[in-house]
Write a protein that binds this ligand. Structure first.
Ligand SMILES: NC(=O)c1ccc[n+]([C@@H]2O[C@H](COP(=O)([O-])OP(=O)(O)OC[C@H]3O[C@@H](n4cnc5c(N)ncnc54)[C@H](O)[C@@H]3O)[C@@H](O)[C@H]2O)c1
Ligand SMILES: [Zn+2]
Length: 354
């Protein structure tokens, strides 16, 4: 299987993508780090599905394999989980030539990744994402971290993995809402970078499984050019400024992340059309594709005031400005620096006086 190579400040790593590539995980580990030991970090939903088979593929290549299972869910991205992981690594006798395998969604990838970045000042890491969101986004690009009481992803590190294994077969067991939220992120890649790809998804010429590789290529290219998120990488935040605010004001319960991003993308397109930056009709076209996947596209009017308030506290800004992502036309996006007042002003104009 052909791998995508990602270059980073610290070297490069391969992303191996394909149906059934999980079976090759033993050889991939042997190429990734010199030691013959691995510890799998996974969660309580993924463990019963894939832990034993994954372990067997490693053992058959002579790799001493340990495992640690954390509770499923965002609340595991915590200091408490880090303590559990460091203890497990120590008990397993992990050295700096051995490695950690993050087998799970973005939660496992982020917390296990941060544990790998910090245990013994850094041990090898293999990302094996098992959600669409993690396969097209979280597992690529080296961002790791945990949540703190004062905010999500507030503590972390840029720590590129030694390798990434992406097997779409692992997605067969995803709940329907988890699948569609991942597809929202797939559609995002088409909107910001690739009109042809968007159209292929829109018309069904390309199914979402086939689309994963294209998304990985796009993200890998972006993080290669802007590893530390000071420019082009911010385009990946398309739909996320308002999406995050919506997640926040609805207590992270009403919407999945991808659902909030779907609403956020449509809102950003509406704002772009109002500013005369986005080609008229783009909003409608993107909303239609999202709806095919049962994704919500309407910002609930009752949340508008709270969102305007929450936007003021967004941490993703540079020099006092929010780098709001607008799409000029499908496949072409840009950073549109706005002060918080400008952003909240346009949100109010578009949504309060609609
Ligand atoms: N590091 C990054 O660049 C980056 C980017 C985007 C998101 N994230 C982070 O990713 C997290 C969200 O990731 P997520 O959506 O994958 O959430 P998640 O890891 O919580 O997984 C979602 C749910 O699906 C279950 N699951 C995972 N794989 C499964 C499978 N194959 N079959 C059945 N169930 C499965 C999990 O147990 C969980 O209940 C957030 O914490 C977010 O901050 C990180
Ligand atoms: Zn996202």
């Amino acid at each position: 299987v052909a791998s995508i190579i990602v270059k980073t400040a610290q070297g490069e790593y391969p992303i191996t993508i394909g149906k059934g590539v999980i079976k090759e995980i033993g050889d991939i580990v042997l190429r990734a780090w010199p030691g013959k030991k691995a510890i799998i970090v996974t969660d309580s939903n993924v463990a019963p599905l894939y832990l034993e088979s994954c372990r067997a593929f490693l053992i058959e290549k002579g790799i001493e394999t340990h495992a640690v299972v954390i509770p499923a869910g965002e609340s595991s991205k915590s200091l408490a989980t880090l303590t559990t992981l460091y203890d497990a690594f120590y008990t397993a006798g992990l050295s700096r030539t051995d490695g950690i395998i993050a087998l799970g969604g973005g939660v496992v990838g982020d917390v296990a990744g941060f544990a790998a970045a910090t245990y013994l000042r850094g041990v090898p890491l293999l990302q094996v994402p098992t959600t669409v969101l993690a396969q097209v986004d979280a597992a690529i690009g080296g961002k790791t971290g945990i949540d703190m009481p004062f905010g999500k992803n507030m503590v972390g590190a840029f720590y590129p993995p030694y390798a990434v294994v992406i097997d779409p077969d692992l997605l067969d067991t995803l709940a329907p809402r988890r699948l569609s939220e991942g597809i929202a992120e797939i559609i995002k890649y088409g909107c910001i970078k690739d009109a042809e790809f968007f159209e292929a998804i829109e018309t069904g010429v390309c199914d979402w499984r086939g689309g994963i590789r294209r998304c990985v290529e796009i993200k890998a290219g972006i993080v290669e050019r802007d590893e530390f998120d000071t420019g082009e990488r911010m385009l990946l935040n398309f739909g996320h400024t308002i999406g995050h605010a919506l997640e926040q004001v609805t207590g992270f319960e009403r919407y999945t992340h991808g659902e909030a991003v779907a609403i956020g993308m449509v809102a950003a397109l509406r704002i772009g059309e109002a500013l005369g930056v986005t080609a008229p009709g783009t909003q409608r076209r993107v909303a239609q594709v999202l709806q095919v996947w049962s994704l919500p596209v309407e910002l609930p009017p009752a949340t508008v005031d709270a969102i305007i308030h929450a936007l003021g506290a967004d941490k993703k800004r540079l020099g006092g400005k929010i780098h709001f992502v607008l799409v000029k036309e499908i496949g072409e996006s840009l950073l549109y620096p706005m002060t918080i007042e400008e952003l909240t002003g346009i949100v109010a104009r578009v949504y309060r006086h609609a």
